[in-house]
Write a protein that binds this ligand. Structure first.
Ligand code: SF4
Ligand code: SF4
Length: 419
């Protein structure tokens, strides 16, 4: 009689081919922010894959505390995927491991509560409205130096304030480059509403016709990263329906994490006979806003006299492999001096809700990013993801640094307004 390993027929068992692809060469080690910060092989991609294998073959039980700790400490930044010559799909392995470890539950009560808010539209809108109200008061700035998570949370809210003057203009275009429906996003529409409107304006000016997808919701990325794959699939199905109904040629995102998730709806729903083909069709239409703009230009606008460093969001650089398009957007702005940022392809420590679950490692990773920003002498750091905007922005504010963060699309929009 053959015995089944304890983790047979789990999400991780279904990713066995990905586990087998790792040849333990170690090329990924120096790309891994947690390995660089903690100098422990168990906090490297290679070490975590060894732990995943032990979980899959039953050598370690899902309850093993060390195993959970090292898997929880992973940022999910996927820098190891870019470095890996063997094509190990580390992001999928991590999601499947987390789903296997806790039966699809996020690791802490606070994280579970937060994920519930994100998957429930009325709750999410209420939470974002409250956060917006608070952000409009002096309270976040007054409290942002408090130690611990409260102070850091306040600094994140304070960092949502746009650092330039926002001049509105009326965007006009002929729609000749096709129609696009914007994924509004939970945090983007809640706390970066003006960036969403700026995204629509710059796309219209560059020849895209904007159409609505009114019944859309959260993309499910935070749920998938935390291992709650069932919730992620529910949210994905809702969005697939919404964007099918929009009839748009492109689904456009301005949040790297959401874009990466939507481009992988096909993998998420690959085992669902009813939805897999629909998921594949929608995933193939997803583009980051910088990709749509770079494909047609983008048009240049008025002069902006800033020194700008580009910091690549992990889920744009490593998960979507979009590297040059955001630079093309920034280069289209006259007057901007683009300066190099050392380790711009390394995580800032935000990683979805990671800074809530693993604040110490998150801070260690952020400190390294802030050092690199100081050395760049940039006055603005451009990055296209809400988590990175808030994480880096909070770090700059709490360290009394002069530099500020900004979404690249907001800069292009400001350039058009100055035209
Ligand atoms: S994940 Fe890739 S780079 Fe890292 S040890 Fe395995 S095969 Fe090598
Ligand atoms: S996802 Fe990022 S933090 Fe996790 S193992 Fe890979 S490189 Fe390291």
């Amino acid at each position: 009689m053959t015995t089944m390993p304890p983790c047979a027929d789990t999400p991780l068992a279904r990713e066995q081919a990905g586990l087998d692809a790792c040849v333990h060469c170690g090329f990924c080690l120096q790309a891994c922010p947690t390995y660089l910060a903690l100098e422990d092989e168990n906090d490297s991609p290679r070490g975590r894959i060894v732990l995943m294998r032990a979980l899959a073959d039953g050598t370690l039980p899902p309850s093993d505390a060390d195993l959970r700790e090292h898997i929880d400490r992973c940022l999910g930044c996927r820098a190891c995927e870019t470095a890996c010559p063997s094509g190990v799909p580390y992001g999928h392995l991590l999601e499947a491991t987390r789903a296997t470890l806790r039966g699809g539950q996020a690791p802490t009560v606070a994280a579970r509560a937060l994920l519930r808010v994100f998957s429930h539209r009325p709750l999410m809108r209420a939470a974002m409205a409250l956060a917006r109200l608070l952000a409009a008061t002096p309270i976040p700035t007054l409290l942002m130096k408090l130690p611990g998570r409260i102070g850091f949370g306040m600094a994140m809210l304070a960092a949502t304030e746009f650092p330039l003057e926002r001049a509105k203009y009326r965007a006009e275009g002929n729609g000749e480059n096709g129609s696009a429906a914007l994924l509004l996003g939970c945090v983007m529409e809640g706390l970066f509403t003006d960036t969403n409107r700026a995204t629509e304006r710059v796309l219209i000016r560059n020849g895209y016709e904007m159409v609505a997808a009114p019944s859309q919701g959260c993309c499910g990325a935070l749920h998938a990263h935390a291992g709650d794959l069932d919730a992620a699939r529910r949210l994905a199905r809702r969005n697939i329906e919404a964007f099918e109904r929009s009839g748009a040629r492109y689904v456009v995102t301005n949040a790297a994490g959401c874009g990466a998730m939507m481009k992988e709806y096909d993998h998420l729903l690959s085992g669902d006979a009813e939805w897999s083909e629909r998921a594949r069709a929608v995933s193939s239409r997803v583009r980051d806003v910088s990709e749509l703009l770079a494909a047609v230009g983008p048009q240049s606008g008025g002069v902006l006299p800033f020194t700008v460093a580009y910091d690549a969001p992990c889920h744009l650089q490593h998960a979507q492999r979009v590297t040059t398009a955001p630079i093309a957007v920034l280069e289209a702005i006259p007057g901007i001096q683009l300066v190099p940022l050392d380790e711009s392809d390394q995580c800032c420590g935000s990683a979805g809700i990671y800074n809530l679950i693993e604040p110490e490692t998150s801070n260690a990773v952020l400190a390294r990013k802030l050092d690199r920003i100081v050395a760049s002498h940039a006055s603005l750091v451009a990055t296209g993801n809400p988590g990175c905007l808030m994480q880096i922005g909070a770090g700059l504010l709490r360290s009394d640094m002069q530099a500020r963060v900004v979404h690249p699309i907001d800069l292009l929009d400001a350039s058009y307004a100055a035209d």
